[in-house]
Design a protein around this ligand. Sequence first.
Ligand code: G3P
Length: 216
Amino acid sequence: MEFFLDTANLDQIREINDLGLLDGVTTNPTLMSREGGDWREQASLICDLVEGPVSLEVIGTTHEEMIKEAKDLVSFGPNVVVKIPMIPEGLMALKELTERGIKTNVTLVFSPTQALLAAKLGATYVSPFVGRLDGLSQSGMEGVEQMRTIFDNYGYSTKILVASVRHPLHVLDSGLIGADVVTLPYATIMQLMKHPLTDSGLAAFLADWEAFQQGK
Ligand code: G3P
């Protein structure tokens, strides 16, 4: 399973990269605006820092605007993936970008049938937002499971990129379902490493060793 970091923050990207866990980065207009400053500079720094794919999202909502922006976004680096919203105009743009060989990530996906449309038009990634669905008492992961079945039934190569992740259970379920990628907030990736029994176990080992050394 690939791990992407869902952030536009350079310190977080560097830290997870240093841990060897960074396969890619996803951003969106909200995450980019949180960093402040010049977004072009920020996007360029992210693309240089990250070896893997970096999703940069378009702001336009018409086919023409999205294509124009996509052409600009890919100039940030060879690893850019253009993030397109799951709206009819977005699908038109997706078709054209697929034909041009530009990598795409269809975002704001909330149903398996939306994912099916994106896969049919050759999206590189499709991003189901599981946490936001859970927030409405609908199972986000159930939708991901159905997407996996549909994609396997038809041999679609579109990767399922589980987004809007809120906690480690989303990662566990993604792994059990066979989702290709999870994009994680920094806090969730740190949570994955932690277990209280690891900490208390290590503390006990070190204390026992210390006592043994003292007793020599
Ligand atoms: O990058 C898209 C997605 O992960 C956003 O998540 O937390 O805003 O629902 P969230």
